[in-house]
Write a protein that binds this ligand. Structure first.
Ligand code: ADP
Ligand code: MG
Length: 566
């Protein structure tokens, strides 16, 4: 039965319900009027059967209405009613005078309804059914099988006139079916186009509003009379106004007292009818702060090119200014750094001569007492100066890392060989290296990374004023990184010092340069990694280097105790 639902028909429950209602009204009007008119023919035709037909028509409508409510498919419902109606209409024709009945055109109503509900094929289908019923009835009436009550209009008609009568009716039925179907289709098509256009319009409206409301730039539009038409949320925030308070007001009245310069610019553009390229103005915000504003003003034109108002697009430049200032500062610092490195370099050579000469004097002169103490101070301090200059040059002129695949185990072994020859490794300090994931080949600049590891190891040794243990542990983190952790049992780091550890020249040691961690941090950052610092719970500090590996090797836990000293 569902096959009766043709593609493109718009038969749905609601449409069929409306059709049933209209059908009842038309039935009442047409048949009711028929009864009244035929009653006037003074007994030529008995109207009793017409009452029966009226009731039958209403009952059919009622039955299908209930059927629809109970879930009968709407298309089945429509086709069934159409067939029932053609039968009822044929009966009506019969009881109202047969082939010559004034009601013979009543078939057209069903055909039009079918055309609208079931499209062209529906209209033509019911036209075919109506023609068949009408012609069959005509044949039966002509053969005398059926004779309508009352005088028949066919009486005295020639066969050819009767044929012409039937032919005209059938042609009309098909024409009504085809034209009705075509019109219904056009109406439906136009309706759909209208709906699509409306949806598109709605979408465009939403899109435009969305864009304007979500823009990070402020937008203010005024009409040709300088009345504010639109203001977006960013503009409200920048100008410190509420949309409801300013839309519809003149720009001078709404914004003049708050941001006079801004209002003035808009009015000027409106009078001169000239775009203003992006330029910078300064406004005062509600909290009294000066805000730099990047402002561009464009003339809003209609289709004929006449000025309809102006659009101001503006941005708060506070953050951009801060960033520019920061960059200027960084540039200045870089220049100072370069200059300092140049000076340090120039100091290094004479300093080497001074240190050398003093060393010779110290060895050759047999000084004693205060003079000896002063000479020792000069030697010590010139050594320190030398260290500072060298470390500083190292820090300032750090070259970019040249990467190589390096075995971490071997690299740490080399570092501990160097550490063994360093005076920082005092008696009683024990070291342990643990490779939790076996040997790992890491891609880094070997020389630079050794310097980092040595700096951390020396710092750990220097922090321990009593015997204790320094542990170095390597461990993979995820699949991409390796973590090298130095833990010591030294003094730990003061809370306020932690934030300053990586600052150049920050030191708490007498004779320290404060450049070891600054250099280490710079190298690790150049390798795409970072250094993390924390105090251990009971004693000492923990420094962890996290850097990318790139090349994973075998996994196995090894632990070895290296270089027990003392
Ligand atoms: P320097 O060693 O010349 O002082 P660094 O940059 O190497 O310079 O270290 C800066 C400061 O960080 C040190 O003076 C010290 O106060 C602190 N520090 C570094 N490593 C440790 C550590 N393992 N334990 C405690 N403090 C440390
Ligand atoms: Mg150091």
């Amino acid at each position: 039965m569902e096959g009766l639902t043709f593609r493109g028909s718009f038969v749905n429950g609601r449409a069929v319900g409306v059709f049933l209602g209209l059908r009842t009204i038309i039935l009442a009007l047409v048949v009711g009027a028929g009864i009244v008119i035929l009653q006037g023919t003074q007994g030529e035709i008995t109207v009793g059967p017409l009452y029966v037909l009226l009731v039958c028509g209403c009952v059919v409508g009622g039955v299908f209405f209930v059927g629809l409510r109970l879930g009968l498919p709407p298309s089945v419902c429509v086709w069934s009613i159409m067939v029932a109606d053609v039968i009822l209409e044929t009966a009506l024709v019969h009881y109202s005078g047969g082939m010559s009945s004034q009601f013979s055109l009543i078939f057209c109503l069903s055909i039009i309804a079918a055309a609208f509900l079931l499209q062209v094929h529906g209209g033509l289908g019911i036209a075919l059914l109506a023609s068949f019923a009408y012609l069959s009835y005509g044949v039966l009436q002509a053969k005398g099988v059926l004779s309508p009550p009352g005088p028949s209009g066919l009486d005295g008609q020639t066969a050819s006139a009767g044929f012409l009568h039937a032919y005209m009716h059938v042609s009309l039925f098909f024409m009504v079916g085809a034209v009705g179907g075509y019109l219904a289709q056009r109406i439906r098509l136009k309706g759909r186009e209208l709906q699509n256009a409306e949806t598109e319009l709605q979408r465009l409206k939403v899109d435009t509003n969305n864009i304007i409301n979500n823009m990070s730039s402020g937008i203010l539009v005024v009409d040709s009379k300088a009345k504010i038409l639109t203001i977006n949320p960013t503009a409200e925030e920048i100008l410190g106004v509420e949309k409801e308070d300013v839309v519809g007001l003149g720009v001078e009245a709404a914004l003049g007292p708050l941001v006079p310069h801004f209002a003035q610019e808009m009015l000027e553009a409106l009078v001169e009818k000239q775009n203003k390229r992006r330029h910078e103005i300064s406004i005062r915000t509600r909290d009294g702060r000066r805000m730099p504003l990047g402002l561009s003003i464009s003339i809003l034109k209609d289709e004929k090119g006449r000025a309809r108002g102006v659009i101001a697009v503006f941005q708060d430049l506070t953050e951009a200014r801060k960033m520019q200032e920061k960059m200027r500062k960084a540039d200045r610092l870089a220049a100072i750094g370069e200059l300092s490195a140049g000076i340090a370099h120039e100091i290094r050579n004479p300093l080497a001569s001074i240190s050398g000469s003093i060393e010779v004097l110290y060895n050759e002169l047999d000084l004693s007492g205060e003079n000896r103490r002063l000479m020792e101070l000069i030697v010590k301090e010139s050594d320190r100066l030398d260290r500072i200059i060298n470390d500083f040059l190292e820090f300032a002129r750090l070259r970019p890392p040249s990467l190589d695949n390096v075995s971490l185990t071997r690299c740490l072994d080399d570092v501990f060989v160097l550490l063994r020859n360093n005076p920082a490794l005092k008696c009683g300090i024990e070291t342990e290296v643990r490779h939790l994931d076996g040997d790992v080949t890491v891609r880094f600049d070997e020389e630079q990374m050794k310097q980092v590891l040595l700096n951390l190891a020396i710092n750990a040794c220097e922090a321990m004023d009593r015997p204790g243990k320094i542990t170095v542990q390597t461990q993979r983190v995820g699949s991409d990184d390796i973590k090298i952790t130095f833990t010591d049992e030294g003094t730990g780091i003061g809370e306020e010092e932690i934030a300053r550890l990586f600052e150049p020249f920050f030191t708490t040691k007498e004779g320290g340069t404060g450049l070891g961690l600054a250099i280490a941090n710079k190298i690790v950052e150049a390798h795409g990694g970072r250094i993390e610092v924390r105090n251990r719970e009971l004693i000492g500090a923990e420094f962890s280097i996290l850097i990318p590996i790139r090349m994973p090797v075998r996994r196995q836990e090894t632990a070895e105790v290296l270089h027990p000293v003392g």
